[in-house]
Design a binder for this molecule. Sequence first.
Ligand SMILES: Cc1ncc(COP(=O)(O)O)c(C=O)c1O
Length: 441
Amino acid sequence: MTPFSPITRADCEALDRQDPLGTLRTQFSIPPGLIYLDGNSLGVLPTAAAARVAQVVQQEWGQGLIRSWNSAGWMALSQRVGDKIARLVGAAPGELVVADSTSVNLFKVLSAALHLAGVTRHEPAPGADGEAAHSPRRDVIVSERSNFPTDLYIAQSLAQQHGARLELLEAEEIPARLSGARGQDVAVLTLTHVNYRTGHMHDMAALTAQAHAAGALTVWDLAHSAGALPVDLNTAGADFAVGCGYKYLNGGPGAPAFVWAHRRHVSSAWQPLAGWIGHAAPFEFTPDYRPAPGITRYLCGTPPVLSLAALECGVDTVLAAEPLGGMAALRTKSLALTRLFAELVQARCAGHGLRLVSPTDDAQRGSQVCLARDEGAYAIVQALIERGVIGDFRAPDVLRFGFTPLYIGHAEVWDAVEHLRQVLDGGAWREARFQQRQQVT
Ligand SMILES: Cc1ncc(COP(=O)(O)O)c(C=O)c1O
């Protein structure tokens, strides 16, 4: 990070006036006065989504009814929106579909990866007693100890089912675990590209190459990357990926997720949720499962049409940046915003016990800045929310702020830090009403 030069609010306003991406904000309905630093948890409402969903409800559903599966292209929505997301993550058309939740998709791809790696439960050979002499095998799933809980729970569950072992490491321990003789028992490396609690970004290409050199496969969770920063799955040579529709893709609460498998695996890997929409010919209603060609086999049940319609509008807001430099330009702005926020907090909130958790190195930072504080992190976030600055809290001690470059400006960053300074200086966060833990933090 370059040394911090004092910057004023007027400087921030000037940066916003010169911002070539500034017009993209007009695509969204953001309540006036709100500084929304939580697009990493739930993206804001694209203005087009309300009208589009109303149209799907009133015309396609209301008037077209069952005919709309054909006439309104409902059956192709998972693929159509998938092709749009593919453009944001370095995948080719036809390689990615929208389906289910991130958790469910992770179950599918991790199962497929374990299957490809030959990890199956070791049954003792007939007649063998007790400790059968097992041949050495790859049976370890490696992940990061601070990975998002759903990723760890799904991996734990699959490890149990397959008689495999889940090994959790610190990020910096992973390369050594993959190298030389130590890597020989690793079947799958599964990581979230950008850590949800720290904003630390892994080097996808380097870790994928290391995993492959060890003979292991990779599964990437792009929940905090897709739509936030450039991702190039094919160039990285990744094996499988999943990601989230409701964060930086602005798809709305509970928006469906996406799933991608490299073309070298897609038709050979077995995914366990063999539902009829992933069948090669669903409307032949045959009793036996025959997987559809390609990524379509990762679909399971009936597509959520209303949610897909909203998600498509969200993805379109990110694609609208393509003529302005696309993900590379969004990344440049995102880094400027996160750097500005971290530097302003350091300069203006010093002495209040805040620790910067996110990397200062641009190459290792996602699109969020996390601060830790021993006392009151939850209450400080609540006090900020009351003032119209929305971030979130991640237990036990993290204040998390996401910066979606599509709609956040430099002056808002300045104002957010000013609110934080006032909340800390005045001690407002100590008030009883800010201590009450809500269900969603
Ligand atoms: C890294 C990561 N993976 C997965 C999820 C959630 O997955 P799901 O959509 O299944 O709830 C989140 C949610 O915040 C997340 O941060």
